[in-house]
Design a binder for this molecule. Structure first.
Ligand code: CP
Length: 324
């Protein structure tokens, strides 16, 4: 694997390879082996042009657990505010020895530009670009669904036959887009639930069904109900229902939580708007996978960096050896 830019073009084999290597990474961490030597001498640059808590910190933790050196770059407080371009910023960091660049950017397509422009030779990982994709989020979501559903028998399995409902601000969500493509590739059935004004115009080309009715989606007995953050900062008041209306019709409240079947899981990529798209009761319930998703994010990002920088062959997972 040279870059990880999206899930739309990720093959089933490559997706399963990442998930299986992530299982190996999770195993080492559960045995309190915090550090592996796999990326010793390599440098990972976290290049963040937008705010992040989970993604930036978990990429940093993942790289450090693989013994890589990490350089954290945040556009705030950098020479980007003086007008420095993406090309010059990236080339400056490459000159400091970057082997991989993890990039979050407000412009859809920025990671692909970095990967294909010839500006840098480092591998590129998309950590979220505009409203386009957030592939490692979808991979950690798939990992979480697989682990909750199949437990220790997860390795090598896809998600065939599982039903996943993705609820909320689909229009602005790179998480939704990456999940739709990956879940489809892994065989899951995807239903999108949103107010009509928050459904993208091109949704008929996506491998998913659409409903405006959350209660109908819950009656369909989803294995996973994935609540999305309402991106109020991108919202035009003309097409957003009031928060009260949104919460009443599309929020996961106590009544809807109780209507889910016993083994349905409640997911959210974070950050959450508690009381808007998800109630505190749902977010903190035993069904909630929110903190599992965060923990699994480290394992999945370790796998992505490992496959990018240390090997991509079918035996890659067996090459993960513990620090002595
Ligand atoms: N889920 C997610 O991308 O969270 P952050 O914005 O905190 O990285």
């Amino acid at each position: 694997m040279r870059h990880l830019l999206d899930t739309r073009s990720l093959s089933r084999d490559d997706a399963l390879r990442i998930l299986d290597v992530a299982e190996d990474m999770a195993d080492t961490q559960s045995r309190e082996v915090k550090k592996l030597p796999a990326l010793r001498g390599r440098t990972v640059v976290n290049l963040f042009f937008e705010d992040s808590t989970r993604t930036r910190i978990s990429f940093e933790a993942a790289a450090k657990r693989l013994s890589a050196d990490v350089i954290n770059f945040s556009a705030k407080g950098s020479s980007v505010s003086k007008g420095e371009s993406l090309q010059d910023t990236a080339q400056t960091l490459q000159a400091m020895g970057a082997d991989a660049v993890v990039i979050r950017h407000g412009a859809s397509g920025a990671p692909r530009t970095l990967a294909t422009s010839g500006w840098i030779s480092a591998g590129v990982v998309n950590a979220g670009d505009g409203t386009h994709e957030h592939p490692t989020q979808a991979l950690l979501d798939a990992f979480t669904i697989r682990k909750r559903t199949f437990g220790d028998a997860s390795r090598g399995r896809d998600l065939a036959g599982l039903r996943v409902a993705i609820v909320g601000d689909i229009l602005h969500s790179r998480v939704a887009r990456s999940n739709v493509w990956l879940l489809h590739t892994l065989g899951a059935e995807v239903t999108l639930v949103a107010p009509p004004t928050l459904v993208p115009q091109d949704v008929s080309h996506w491998p998913a069904t659409v409903t405006f009715d959350l209660d109908e989606a819950i009656a369909g007995d989803p294995h996973a109900l994935m609540m999305l953050r309402i991106q109020l900062e991108r919202m035009n008041a003309a097409y957003f229902p009031t928060e009260r209306e949104y919460s009443r019709r599309w929020g996961l409240d106590a009544r809807r939580l109780a209507a889910l079947s016993a083994d349905s899981m409640v997911m959210h990529p974070g950050p959450m708007n508690r009381g808007l798209e998800i109630s505190a009761e749902a977010a903190d319930s035993a069904r909630s996978t929110v903190l599992d998703q965060v923990a699994n994010g480290v394992s999945v990002r370790m796998a992505a960096l490992y496959l990018l920088l240390a090997g991509s062959g079918p035996d890659a997972a067996q090459n993960v050896t513990e620090e002595d």
